[in-house]
Design a protein around this ligand. Structure first.
Ligand code: SAM
Length: 232
């Protein structure tokens, strides 16, 4: 898929199929909230960034908390100039490298084992699915703050509101709906020099992974925030 997809629009379903081949973490740690973004959510996320906003193709992209690389590899498949993935967990990053080799984007991706604090520089776009802060309060805020230091455009996934009505309207045919941004995140982003342009609600389904999970699968609403750093 590597070379050919970059020259033309990739079908979302094909991207999802390719991303489903990105192996997830073999032994995820609860305190790092190491669940892998489902392939359908990753494809939707990247489609919005690439084809609605033109923030992926030929751009320098960084994936904060890349895990085993699903978002970063997706960005590379869609034609990012270069994508860097960074994660604090060595096992995840080693597997991300292996996944990039298997999907034919080894030369378009670089992988770093480090805390996100260690990364500096200027990128066009940040993509991230940070820990939601369920295990460690405020974990997602550090990611937001860092992302605003690194790039002009940020795509960031956060826990959404708990609305059964909204969830019912989200289907494979209508996978996203505009969502009301959290007042807190709006203020937080503003305080750190950014503005939330739009938020999209999506459904995230993850399998049973941690002891505290009560059901075979977890289904909840997430919001994809499109954030812009303001001049000045
Ligand atoms: C929800 S998982 C997302 C993984 C991957 N991006 C995905 O969407 O499949 C959050 C990731 O953030 C990483 N992480 C947590 N705290 C971190 C930190 N301070 N610096 C770097 N990575 C961190 C975890 O190891 C984990 O892989």
């Amino acid at each position: 898929m590597g070379e050919t997809v970059q020259r033309r629009l990739v079908r979302k379903r094909n991207l999802e199929i390719a991303l489903s081949k990105v192996a997830p973490h073999p032994a995820p740690k609860a305190h790092l909230e190491q669940y892998t973004i489902p392939a359908n959510v990753a494809a939707e996320f990247l489609y919005i960034a690439a084809y609605i906003n033109d923030d992926i193709i030929r751009k320098n992209v960084v994936d904060l908390g890349c895990g085993t690389g699903r978002l970063a590899i997706g960005a590379a498949l869609l034609g990012a100039k270069e994508t860097v993935g960074i994660d604090i967990d060595k096992t995840a990053v080693k597997l991300a490298f292996k996944n990039a080799v298997n999907l034919g984007v080894k030369d378009k991706t670089s992988w770093v084992v480090a805390d996100i604090d260690a990364i500096h520089g200027a990128f066009d776009t940040v993509i991230q699915n940070p820990p939601f802060g369920v295990q460690k309060r405020k974990a997602d805020r550090r990611f937001l703050q860092k992302s605003l230091e690194l790039a002009q455009r940020i795509y960031s996934l956060h826990k959404g509101e708990n609305s059964k009505e909204l969830a019912k309207t989200l289907t494979r045919g209508t996978p996203t709906k505009p969502a009301q941004p959290s007042v807190f995140l709006k203020r937080f982003v503003k305080r750190h020099g950014g503005k939330i342009r739009i938020a999209y609600a999506m459904i995230m389904t993850i399998p049973y992974m941690f002891k505290f999970h009560r059901k075979r699968k977890h289904e909840f609403l997430v919001n994809l925030y499109v954030i812009e750093r303001e001049a000045g």
